[in-house]
Design a protein around this ligand. Structure first.
Ligand code: CA
Length: 365
């Protein structure tokens, strides 16, 4: 299947379903594997939906028709947050998502996306590939019949959009905020009511006043969400997702049924898209931040030390509670805590220190 065929097949819900019906018989007879991918992102959505579609198309392209990929964006086959069950049950073969959405199934999922005060992109990439992260991910995913790979990252996230200034921890009390993962649990300890809404539903809830605040990603991704129409204060830096890792979660039986070369191709395509998504995000965030401020009157605000201290204290409690869930959770959280310290000791002396000095002397900041 070439790219044109793929996008034609995956073009719309009804077309996708019809194609599945008509293709099933010849595909089986030729030994072609059907791979239905469901995603938690809206279709054609810059920065998240497009990378997911790009990975789906790439798997189809590189396997030269041996894997017939059908891609369904959020809501086209199942709701965003039903993706996990759809794949674990074998109804679909893979999801593309942020694994912290599944923290209610097991808190061990959160560190494979992000935890508050956790790892940046370069750090989590190092942990997964060379620090034992993938092995722990395999152990957890295996308990649910899944096999997961890193397939994208959007770097350090902004703290979120607020309809008023946050000058002290007290200003957070009583707010309803869209913030998933353990970041939501941190906010909860500070008196916020956290809500976990899929991307497609955030804007309407913010405009209607059903929520007072939201986080999403960063300037490039957030620009297209038009949050600036309802909340002018854009806070930085986010403590909740310092390097949110996106994932391809495959049904393990399906993964293991593939030939060795097709397993390798999927892994390689995920690696490729992981770097691609980060590059796309990094290339655009600065320019889109500028547009948000100059064209849409967005007010940038830095969380002050009082607010950040409150985040830190709450995060310690939240991480401790997640760690206490089970022996596997303890194993994962102990590992991520130790590796954040070990890998992060170099980030502090390299990227962090260098960029500060560069921007001081060359006025790039
Ligand atoms: Ca986010």
């Amino acid at each position: 299947m070439d790219r044109r065929q793929f996008f034609k097949t995956a073009g719309a819900t009804t077309a996708g379903v019809a194609a599945a019906t008509t293709l099933a018989t010849p595909a089986l007879s030729q030994g072609i594997k059907e791979m239905v991918i469901v995603s938690t992102w809206p279709r054609d959505f810059p920065g998240l939906g497009i990378p997911a579609q790009r990975l789906a198309a790439r798997i189809a392209e590189l396997t030269e028709g041996r894997i017939n990929v059908q891609y369904f964006a959020a809501g086209e086959r199942v709701g965003a947050f039903d993706s996990f069950d759809e794949v674990a049950s074998g109804n679909a073969q893979a999801y593309i998502a942020a694994d912290y959405y599944w923290k209610g199934k097991h808190p061990g999922w959160a560190p494979f996306t992000a935890i508050p005060f956790g790892m940046t992109y370069t750090e989590i990439d190092a942990w997964i590939k060379y620090g034992g992260g993938q092995e722990l991910w395999d152990e957890l995913a295996g308990e649910f019949g899944l096999k997961n790979f890193a397939m994208g990252n959007t770097g350090v996230q902004m703290g979120g959009w607020f309809n008023k200034e946050i000058n002290s921890p007290d200003d957070l009390k009583g707010l309803k905020m869209r913030i998933p993962g353990l970041g939501g649990d941190v906010m909860s300890k500070l008196g916020v009511s956290p809500v976990s809404l899929p991307g497609s539903q955030i804007y309407e809830n913010l405009v209607s006043g059903a929520i007072d605040a939201t986080e999403w990603v960063g300037p490039y991704n957030d620009f297209f969400m038009k949050f600036y129409e309802a909340a002018k204060y854009y806070y930085w830096p986010g403590m909740h997702e310092p390097g949110a890792q996106l994932a391809l979660g495959m049904n393990k039986k399906f993964h293991d049924s593939l030939s060795k070369i097709d397993q390798q191709i999927i892994k390689a395509a995920c690696n490729e898209e992981n770097a691609q998504t980060m590059a796309e995000t990094n290339a655009n965030n600065g320019a889109y931040l500028d547009r948000l401020v100059k064209d849409h009157g967005v007010q940038l605000r830095e969380f002050n030390d009082d607010v950040y201290s409150a985040f830190g204290e709450a995060a310690l409690e939240v991480i401790e509670e997640a760690r206490d869930h089970s022996p596997l959770s303890k194993k994962i959280y102990d590992a991520v805590t130790a590796k954040t310290k070990e890998i992060g000791s170099w980030t502090a002396l390299s990227d962090m220190a260098y960029v500060q000095k560069r921007n001081t002397f060359f006025n790039n900041g």
